[in-house]
Every structure is written in C-alpha cells, then in structure tokens.
Design a protein around this ligand. Structure first.
Ligand SMILES: Nc1nc2c(c(=O)[nH]1)N[C@H]1C(S)=C(S)[C@@H](COP(=O)(O)O)O[C@H]1N2
Ligand SMILES: [Mo]
Length: 248
C-alpha cells in the first residue's frame, strides 16, 4: 500500500465533491467498506479509510480494576430458542465454534478447547450506539490465536462471525481480527461469561461499537469476499442502517 498523507486524505474528505473524491481514494488504496454503495457510502469510506491509515494498530482504552462497573447492563437479546436451553442444561459441553472458509484446517473448538488456549484479560468498555456504556473485565483467547490454530490462508481478508441467535452475524477485517484486544471471550469479571452477556462465548471487538461484539458465537468463516454473505453488506447492521465499520 502506498503512503497516503493525513492531509491528503482529510483534505479530500472535506467539502462536498470531496466525499466523492474520498470514495475514489478509498478504492485506490483498497479501503472500501462493504457498505460503501448506499446513501452514506462516501462517508463510510472516509471513516474506514482514515481509521485504517492513521490508527490501524492503536489500542482501545483499558481501565483500572477499580473502574469496573458495579452494575453492568446486559442489553436484552431476542429469544434464543429451545436448542439453546438444551445446550445450557448440558453445561455447554456440546457448544461448538466452527472455523471454516479460507483456513488450512477447518474444524471446530469446544468451549473447553478455547479455555485451554492462552488467556488474556482486558478491562474495556462496551459502548452501545445508543449512548450507554459499561466497563468490565473480559477474559478470553485472542482471535488471532484461534485463527492461527486454524491456519488462516493469506488470501483471507475478513472474518465473518455468526451467532446462535437468528439474524445476528457480523464481520471484521484482518486488522481488527488480528488486533491483540479482539478476543473470543469466555469469562467476565473473574467468572464464566454469563448467558445474558453472551455466554458461553462472545466475540469482543473493543475497537468498535458494542453491536460488533456479537454474543453466542458459533461459527467463524474466513473469506476474501463479503458479497457472498447475507445482502453483501458485511453484516446484518447495514441492512438496518448502521455502519459496517463502527470504530471508536
Ligand atoms: N447475539 C447478539 N449479540 C449482541 C446483541 C444482540 O442483541 N444479540 N446486541 C449487541 C448490542 S447492540 C450491544 S450494544 C452489545 C450489548 O452488550 P451487553 O449486553 O453486554 O451490554 O451486544 C451486542 N451483541
Ligand atoms: Mo448497541
């Protein structure tokens, strides 16, 4: 990728015709988000391209233990169905996280497999697009580690992740997938991850808004083309008017 100066990018993004110019620049540098073609497309490209060029490796803020929220808010989810209750009654022993697509070793992991992998603890905030937030300690294995075990192929550009909950799926690019704070979370505040917070496992993507941290993940698919999934916008969120890239 050629070096793009901050001034050139921001300069291109300002002004009315500038947005169109930004879309062009984004395309030139391969930094076009999957939802770039709607009404807000040029703005989405500006946000995504700017973040990727300027802040690719920057960490999400981590907090002190004393700042952990006393009453974290679990945003209610839709009904999970009888199948979930059966898995829960079995202590989630039959829960599987399938990894497929552009990997050398497609397969699946149990929650126990994930717990045996190197664990990372991070105290970060869940920031909902509606304005509220809370801080918690999240414990899990780096998504990068899981992807390495599966043998991610070089052509892979995105990780698509799906929830047990119908209709919930999302994707992130490899910059966020390999980011050290992006974790397959199985613990919270010292204990197991409670069901209402996404247990047994949830993807935490602290560099992005809360809705990218999908609960009850069951499948990771490595791909170089998001058009093949859903309506081709990279996640369910843009289908409802939210941005695919929700960096914070
Ligand atoms: N499966 C699933 N994941 C989900 C949601 C959901 O409804 N279902 N809500 C999302 C939204 S909008 C936010 S803000 C966070 C809320 O996380 P919390 O319940 O831990 O507060 O989870 C995200 N992950
Ligand atoms: Mo949210």
């Amino acid at each position: 990728m050629r070096k793009l100066s901050r001034r050139r990018l921001i300069g291109a993004g300002l002004g009315i015709s500038g947005l169109a110019a930004t879309a062009k620049l984004g395309a030139h540098y391969g930094l076009v988000p999957p939802d770039a073609h709607g009404l807000y497309g040029p703005g989405e490209t500006l946000t995504y391209a700017t973040q990727r060029l300027l802040a690719r490796h920057s960490p999400a803020r981590e907090f002190a233990r004393s700042q952990i929220s006393r009453e974290p808010f679990a945003n209610p989810t839709g009904p999970l169905g009888d199948g979930f209750g059966v898995l829960e009654a079995g202590g989630f022993k039959d829960w599987r996280l399938t990894v497929d697509g552009m990997v050398a070793h497609p397969g699946s992991f149990t929650v126990a497999d994930l717990r045996h992998m190197p664990a990372r603890s991070e105290i970060t905030a869940v920031q909902c697009e509606e304005g509220w937030n809370y801080i918690a300690e999240w414990i899990g294995v780096a998504l990068a580690h899981v992807l390495e075990e599966a043998g991610t192929l070089r052509q892979a550009r995105y990780v698509v992740y799906r929830s047990f909950e119908q209709g919930w799926w999302d994707s992130i690019d490899m910059a966020d997938a390999l980011h050290p704070q992006t974790i397959v979370t199985h613990g919270m505040n010292g204990g197991d991850l409670p069901v209402r917070f996404g247990g047994p496992i949830r993807l935490r993507v602290p560099r992005q808004l809360g809705y990218k941290s999908v609960k009850y993940i069951v499948r990771l698919t490595l791909t170089d083309d998001l058009k093949k999934f859903g309506k081709g916008l990279g996640s369910a969120a843009p289908e409802g008017g939210y941005a695919w890239y929700a960096g914070i």
